[in-house]
Design a protein. Structure first.
Length: 319
């Protein structure tokens, strides 16, 4: 019995890139079929696109029986698209790849050969360069990876991409984590399993424009930190203890100076500076608490991770 690789492709306004991607992935599928008798399933997840992405997916599915698609009722985000793809993939090997061809589909050949021998459960990819990326964005990305690896117990490789090939066992482990606030790079590391990394240089988009602004990436990094580390809460507590100690020392100094030297209590400007500083620190600490509280709030509501509006995948009841 031949292996089946399910290739999950999250799409958000990718009408320009999809024809190029489909052509390239079909070449890889043909080569894998000829060399290893591997069957392919292309599972596109339309994440509330506002262009002609869905129309293109419908057209591809009528011409190619390997093409499956899921279309969300609105934009739920890439993390939800990844989860939907994993949940609906039927292959014994599962891959994720972006439609913009920044992830070279040709690497799937090497990835399959490496994972097939059973030594590894996952073959991941990482960029060794960030050529073409704004320098300020590259700088903060590297800072994020250094920070999260220091404050959490999850190993997140610098430059790691979502593009990977996983065994069914690892995929099922990921699906068992049904948390609403998802950070896939952390989840991949948290579930463990044996992973080998393939390195490649950065490739620019084949068409269209990136959907990740600096602000969106910043918020995404905050999600990653709060999802896999409680260190910020410890930092807030440490600041509170430190300034409580400083305040106690200052009180003793003021009492001593007043009793010994008879100095009047003065220093209105410096007092206001201290008050503003302490107030800002308190708001900062409350903000950290708010981040964790908001995540817990979203989790306990048990809302679905995504809602499907249209799909060509038969439901289980149809079998």
């Amino acid at each position: 019995m031949s292996d089946l690789i399910s290739v999950i492709v999250p799409c958000f306004n990718e009408q320009e890139a999809l024809p190029f991607f489909y052509r390239e992935i079909c070449k890889v599928a043909l080569e894998l079929k000829e060399k290893h008798c591997v069957d392919f399933e292309l599972l596109f997840v339309n994440d509330g696109s506002r262009d002609q992405t869905l129309s293109l997916l419908r057209e591809l599915s009528t011409k190619d029986s390997r093409v499956k698609y899921i279309s969300f009722s609105r934009n739920f985000g890439k993390e939800s698209a990844i989860y939907a793809g994993l949940e609906n993939a039927s292959g014994n090997y599962i891959s994720m790849i972006d439609a913009d061809l920044q992830d070279p589909p040709s690497l799937l050949l090497e990835m399959y050969e490496l994972i097939k021998n059973g030594t590894y459960d996952c073959i991941g990819t990482r960029r060794v360069t960030r050529k073409g990326e704004p320098p300020i964005r590259s700088f903060f990305a590297r800072c994020f990876y250094r920070l999260i690896n220091k404050i959490s117990n999850v190993d997140i490789v610098d430059g790691a991409r979502d593009f990977r090939l996983m065994s069914r066992q690892m995929t099922d482990a990921i699906l068992s984590l049904r948390e609403y606030n998802r950070f896939s790079k952390g989840i991949f590391g948290w579930v463990g399993f044996r992973t080998k990394w393939l390195e490649y240089e950065n490739v620019e988009r084949v068409a269209g424009s990136t959907k990740w602004s600096f602000w969106k990436l910043f918020l995404y990094s905050l999600d990653g930190i709060t999802a896999f580390s409680t260190t910020p809460l410890s930092i807030a507590s440490a600041f509170g203890m430190l300034f409580l100690f400083i305040a106690f020392i200052l009180i003793l100094i003021i009492i001593w100076k007043t009793l010994v030297f008879g100095e009047p209590v003065a220093g209105y400007p410096s007092t206001m500076c201290v008050l503003f500083f302490i107030g800002g620190l308190q708001l900062f600490s409350i903000g950290i608490l708010g981040q964790y509280l908001s995540k817990a709030y979203l989790e306990v509501k048990k809302r679905p991770i995504y809602i499907v509006q249209e799909t060509n995948i038969p439901s289980k009841e149809d079998y």
